[in-house]
Design a protein around this ligand. Structure first.
Ligand SMILES: [Zn+2]
Length: 462
């Protein structure tokens, strides 16, 4: 049972250097990722749904599945193509059976393997003195592969060492009698994969069922973060589709690339995104008609447990017990929860401000200001500090006139208060008019591909 389709594209076998994959492979990010995923998994669980047994079973059966393999003709714009494309150098394996191949085992050092290959003891030093490339041999790890070729006199003729699945160290004795080293990148094949599922229990569980890994699930939430509140708005009938890149070396999958296109249906409303790299080489996500999915503001500046009070110009104040306009939104959250700048801008007030208690006011351009009240404390900011969207500026508290810990958040446009939950947020710049035609062709192609994958999968399930 295979839940994602592997699609071959017309640009496979392109020889690409992808240092980020190598990083992923050595596991540098595994722990922090696992920790943050744990947090996300907890957040994304739909707390108000208690799925009955049948519902879960139904969910298992409704996962789109297929094992068909499709070849797609996807024309990528020039700047999406990865260059240069060249034939991979043939590795000097030849047909010589004198090569000795070792899989590194824990506790064994380089000298041990050289000895096993019948090499004299000077060879280790000779290789290690070759310079930067050869320094990879100073630290060898279990499961790495080392191949050694010796001549009859016990002199090293050649060495191959797989630094990671994408790069190999090659050492060869030259005609002049000296060893020479270089690094060889293996040809990386890109394929396009599809994943999709309907959400029954939690977004995280559905993502796993669609065979997306933790990083892709988080990336999908990031893509739509400006439109969908993944902590609070996910419904049991929501669904998603994703086209993403997979990387292979010699037919073995070595990692995932970015999400190329995605659709998320939230509460019956579809949101679609296409990844596009502009002329300056910057990749970001756009709506099918070329608008940026990024907005100048994030809707929710705090991870809240519930909205304790809405924007209401005729509210009875919970502390004062009289009618007083509530010109913001109250997000209940534990004391100490980080509060983020809703948009990039500049601090124009930080300090005590009457009923607001500890408050911060940010100015965003000339038109917009945001206010954050009842904070327990501030981050390291002062008047005039420039802040970036999403930067932590303070922490939830209950200073000033507050009945419990919450963030009071106000959004003003030209000095007039607007409901932060409803105000139309200004968009980031979209696709330039110059690139529009090319973008639309690319976007349509990609979305059609995603659509057809979804249909193939549903049909296969009938
Ligand atoms: Zn309030």
């Amino acid at each position: 049972m295979q839940r994602s389709i592997k699609v071959k594209t017309d640009y496979k076998n392109s020889r690409v250097k992808q240092p980020s994959i190598a990083l992923n492979l050595v596991g540098k990010w595994k722990l922090p990722l696992a920790l943050s995923m744990l947090a996300f998994a907890l957040i994304w669980r739909l707390s108000d749904i208690s799925p009955r047994h049948e519902a879960i079973q139904e969910a298992q059966e409704t996962i789109w599945e297929s094992s068909s393999q499709v070849t797609l003709d996807l024309t990528l714009p020039e700047n999406e193509m990865q260059a240069p494309i060249e034939e991979a150098q043939a590795t000097p394996m030849d047909s010589d059976e004198q090569w000795k191949t070792f899989t590194i085992k824990s506790g064994d050092n380089l000298a041990y393997y050289f000895q096993e290959a019948g090499l004299d003891s000077k060879a280790v030093q000779e290789v290690l003195s070759l310079g930067k490339d050869a320094q990879h041999l100073k630290r060898i790890y279990p499961d790495q592969t080392l191949r050694l070729l010796a001549n009859d006199d016990g002199q090293l003729q050649a060495l191959q060492f797989d630094i990671d699945p994408l790069t190999t160290l090659i050492v060869q004795r030259q005609d002049d009698g000296y060893l020479k080293s270089h690094i060889e990148d293996k040809p990386l094949e890109k394929r396009i994969a599809f994943g999709g599922a309907q959400i029954f229990d939690s977004f995280f569980v559905a993502g796993k069922q669609a065979k997306l890994d933790d990083a892709l699930i988080m990336e999908l939430a990031q893509v739509f973060a400006y439109d969908i509140d993944f902590a609070n708005d996910i419904q049991p009938s929501d669904s998603f589709k994703v086209l993403f890149e997979e990387y292979f070396v010699n037919g073995v999958k070595v990692g995932n690339g970015p999400i190329m296109a995605a659709e998320f249906v939230n509460n019956g409303k579809p949101y679609r995104a296409v990844r596009y790299t502009d002329a300056s080489g910057v990749s970001s996500y756009y709506s099918p008609n070329g608008q940026s999915l990024k907005k100048a503001f994030i809707r929710t500046p705090v991870q809240y447990t519930r909205i304790s009070s809405h924007f209401n110009l005729h509210r009875k104040h919970p502390v004062l017990h009289k009618i007083r306009a509530h010109k913001g939104v109250d997000y209940a959250a534990p004391t100490g929860t980080p509060v983020k700048a809703a948009g990039s801008g500049k601090v124009v007030f930080v300090g005590k401000k009457g009923g607001y208690g500890n408050a911060i006011i940010l100015q965003h351009g000339t038109k917009y200001t945001t206010l954050y009240g009842h904070l327990s404390r501030f981050a390291k900011i002062k008047n005039g500090t420039a802040v970036k969207q999403g930067q932590v500026i303070g922490y939830v508290g209950s200073t000033g006139l507050a009945s419990g810990p919450h963030l009071h958040f106000e959004f003003r446009v030209n000095g007039v208060h607007h409901d932060p939950l409803k105000v139309a947020l200004p968009q980031d710049e979209g696709i330039s008019s110059k690139a529009k035609k090319q973008f639309l062709a690319y976007s349509n192609n990609l979305l059609r591909m995603m659509e057809s994958q979804g249909k193939v999968l549903i049909a296969a399930n009938d």
